[in-house]
Write a protein that binds this ligand. Structure first.
Ligand code: C2E
Ligand code: MG
Ligand code: MG
Length: 789
């Protein structure tokens, strides 16, 4: 219609009008009238639309449609438009300053204005000049503006960027409306008055109005109805959730002064003709609930989930809705569920199980959730009761698929169990410590290493069973670790179940979660044996030093002894007392023998396997004990099988073994007694040397430990002697057997092969053992105990 008229005017008449418009501007004949817009929920005036009039000296008020099209055609609209914008902004500002609540000012824009160069800058300038907030300005544009699909959208976006709102005027009369709605940043849709006019009489128009409102809400836009003239139209719009209304029912466009005067009267219309506020709110709440539900449904659908509702009907929970991809995955369809109760489409036991949760939600419990599996699909469901008037009227359920999550969890469990196997079976102590230094986890190895089951440690402070001398130092080290966030290594002692301390070497590592220390993991290793081995090295070094010293002393003694022997021989010729001299000589000889023995024992421990007569060797050893046994009132008896063959062995080492055994026997008999030494064949390939004493004996418990390093039945012993003896005998291919009972004495049997099948290398190891030079010392030493039967 507008276009037709414009064409018609391109005549003489139009030239005349053009001249008149310019003159009207000079003579200030244009007026702005304002028509109020009301919030259809609160009933309050929230804004006005500025509508231009020409106060013609002869024709009176000329309506815009009679001059706007021409102004657009001639370009005068640009000047006119700037005047409208400036006047509207100034007016709005003036109202605000007069104390009225801030109103939204709507100003109509022509297409021509939008194409004006620097239009947006000009708008900005006017807003600045009039000090009008951009947020309170709404430009009403018509769909016709969109004909240029390139320029207009750009300008509209620019306008949005300075904060001005955009409303699409006369919606429904133009073309392509829907397309633009998606592409442009439009805040409000204004339904054209032609639809409003018949919305209560024409079903088509009613449907259009309703649909446009719904569409606007879907697109999160406000919706305005213009041209509301009747109460029925107003009510229809309110029922259908239209946000804002404008029309003669409230007020015609009025000059500013008159409008202000009528404010109260205008708002009274809403009270008189509008839907009662309570009812109105209900409508809105219903709407928002519906929206939420819709949103939830969409979301569940998007997540490939499942959405359902149920109600209690005649004592049964009947599903009133059910949809979503997950449902199909479970092998079900909406038809199988809707109108049915659980037991209609699920196995009875499963239905009964779910029924429990349904009942809880129906009884009003919020956040009822459950995790289940149907046909290999794992899902989690949450139920929320919906109340009306304080009663639960239905329950909404939403499920999501967690099958993938479950699978990941399963995979995690497998890898976790791998770690658990390591943790549960290692000999190292593994502990998890919380930030308060309490033990959260203690590995089963605690029982073997410390003697207490792991439960004893759980929840206790790590310092509780620590050696008091270590506590302060370790506390500081822990504090340092928490500060530096770096792993640390240290050593401390923990109490062993039946007394004593276990030396531990520990490595503590902080465990982080989101860059914060959450726990510490401690791996501790029992280094008691290593410590003892270190001690052994120390001791054996001492022994070898003492040995060296002893051999040099032996040399020192031998020299003066030679001198003494020489002089005694000389003296023998002068003094005739043969009995004395015989005694002296035999004593000197004995001294020499002892020293000789000493020197040969102390010689560097190079293994020398030779054919040796055990008979001779044992006699030499026994001679060393002669005086000691007399002093202790001990008798040593010999029972040797003289037909035994020579055996292959290292004589010095064997002597060491026998000396050790005899020494132990002598020390075990402080009140005297008999030591029987027997030697006999043992099968065809072995000989057996048996030492039997009548000493204090060794308990069964101690017997088991003999041969382990540092196990000594003697108060000051290191236990090394017997351990080395075991080792030597083993290296010769033999073994030692022991039997003892308390107060009845001990029997030690050394069984040696006649032919030594072991290589010299093995023999060298026993030397290394003594010197403690090898890392695997501990292994070697502990081997010895297996020889004890
Ligand atoms: P519009 O922007 O759609 O304005 C609404 C028109 O409907 C106005 O006519 C208004 O008076 C009228 N109206 C409002 N309520 C009712 C109602 O209940 N019943 C009826 N029958 N009509 C109602 P108006 O003032 O004659 O303006 C006509 C058109 O002229 C406007 O349509 C707008 O497109 C244009 N216009 C008005 N002022 C300006 C302006 O400053 N600049 C530009 N570019 N165009 C303007
Ligand atoms: Mg308008
Ligand atoms: Mg309109």
């Amino acid at each position: 219609m507008v276009v037709k008229r414009a064409r018609m005017l391109r005549t003489y008449e139009s030239l005349q009008l053009e001249r008149e418009l310019k003159r009207a501007m000079e003579r200030k004949e244009f007026r702005l009238y304002y028509q109020p817009k009301l919030d259809l929920v609160t009933g309050k005036i929230i804004g006005v639309e500025a509508l231009i009039r020409w106060d013609h000296p002869e024709k009176g008020l000329v309506p815009p449609l009679e001059f706007i099209p021409l102004a657009e055609e001639t370009g005068f609209i640009i000047e006119l438009g700037e005047w409208v914008l400036t006047t509207a902004c100034l007016q709005n500002k003036a109202w605000q300053e007069a104390g009225y609540l801030p109103l939204l000012m709507s100003v109509n824009l022509s297409a021509r204005q939008l194409y004006q160069p620097n239009f947006v800058q000009r708008v900005n300038q006017i807003l600045n000049e009039t000090k009008h907030a951009p947020e309170c300005l709404i430009f009403e544009i018509t769909e016709g503006i969109m004909l240029d699909a390139f320029h207009a959208p750009r300008v509209i976006k620019e306008l949005k960027s300075i904060g001005v709102q955009i409303s699409l005027d006369d919606f429904g009369t133009g073309f392509n409306s829907l397309q633009y709605l998606h592409e442009l940043p439009i805040d409000k849709i204004k339904i054209d008055q032609s639809f409003i006019r018949n919305c209560t009489s024409d079903l088509n128009d009613a449907t259009i109005v309703k649909s446009v409102i719904e569409l606007a809400h879907q697109l999160k836009m406000g919706v305005i109805a213009e041209g509301i003239e009747t109460k029925e139209q107003l009510n229809y719009l309110q029922q259908n959730l239209c946000n804002i209304g404008q029309g003669y029912l409230f007020s015609k466009p009025l000059p500013p002064k008159e409008l202000v005067k009528n404010f109260n009267q205008i708002e009274q219309v809403m009270i008189r003709d509008g839907v009662p506020p309570e009812r109105n709110y209900q409508i809105r709440i219903k709407e928002s609930m519906e929206n939420n539900r819709q949103e939830m449904l969409n979301r569940v659908k998007m997540q490939q989930g499942l959405f359902f509702k149920f109600k209690k009907m005649e004592g049964k929970f009947i599903h009133t809705l059910c949809d979503g991809k997950l449902l199909y995955r479970m092998g079900l369809t909406p038809n199988q569920v809707i109108g049915k109760e659980l037991s209609d489409f699920l196995p009875l036991s499963f239905a009964e199980d779910l029924d429990r949760y349904y009942r809880k939600a129906w009884d009003g419990e919020e956040d009822v959730t459950y995790e289940k599996e149907i046909n290999g699909i794992y899902y989690i469901t949450s139920l929320s009761p919906i109340r009306r008037g304080g009663f639960v009227t239905e329950v909404i359920g939403a499920s999501i698929n967690i099958t993938k999550l479950k699978q990941a969890e399963e995979a995690l469990k497998v890898s976790e169990s791998k770690y658990r196997i390591i943790t549960e079976n290692t000999q190292d102590l593994i502990r998890v410590i919380n930030l308060n230094n309490r033990i959260e986890y203690a590995s089963p190895s605690h029982e073997t290493v410390l003697g207490y089951p792991p439960e004893v440690y759980q929840g206790h402070l790590i310092f509780e069973m620590m050696h008091p001398d270590d506590v302060v130092r370790v506390k500081n080290q822990y504090a340092d670790m928490a500060l530096s966030r770096n792993p640390m290594q240290t050593e401390f002692r923990l109490k062993y179940a039946n007394g004593g301390w276990v030396d531990l070497e520990i490595k503590a590592t902080p465990v982080f979660h989101n860059d914060k220390i959450k726990q510490f993991v401690i791996v501790a290793r029992d280094i008691t044996k290593r410590k003892q081995a270190e001690e052994l090295i120390r001791k054996s070094e001492k022994l070898s030093v003492v040995g060296q010293l002893a051999s040099s002393i032996a040399h020192e003694i031998r020299n003066p002894l030679t001198t003494i022997k020489g002089f005694v021989q000389l003296l023998q010729k002068e003094v005739d007392l043969p009995v004395y001299f015989d005694t002296m000589f035999s004593e000197i000889k004995r001294l020499e023998e002892i020293i000789q023995e000493f020197l040969s024992l102390a010689k560097p421990n190079v293994c020398k396997i030779k054919e040796i007569s055990l008979n001779i060797l044992l006699k030499q050893v026994l001679s060393l004990f002669e005086s000691q046994s007399i002093m202790n009132d001990i008798q040593i008896t010999k029972e040797f099988d003289l037909n035994l063959p020579l055996i292959q062995c290292d004589g010095n080492q064997m002597k060491q073994v026998f000396i050790q055994i005899l020494q132990n026997a002598v020390e075990a008999m402080p009140n005297g007694g008999t030591i029987k030494v027997q030697m006999s064949g043992h099968g065809t390939d072995f000989v057996k040397i048996r030492f039997n004493d009548e000493g204090s004996g060794i308990s069964k418990e101690r017997m088991r430990k003999i041969g382990e390093p540092f196990y000594s039945t003697k108060e000051k012993g290191t236990g090394m002697g017997l351990m080395i003896s075991y080792k030597i005998v083993k290296d010769h291919g033999g073994w030692i057997e022991m039997d003892s009972s308390i107060n009845h004495g001990t029997t030690v049997e050394v069984i040696l092969p006649i032919k030594n099948s072991n290589s010299g290398i093995r023999m060298d190891e026993s030397k290394n053992l003594l010197l403690g030079k090898k890392d695997d010392t501990i292994e070697k030493i502990t081997d010895a105990r297996y020889l004890v039967k």
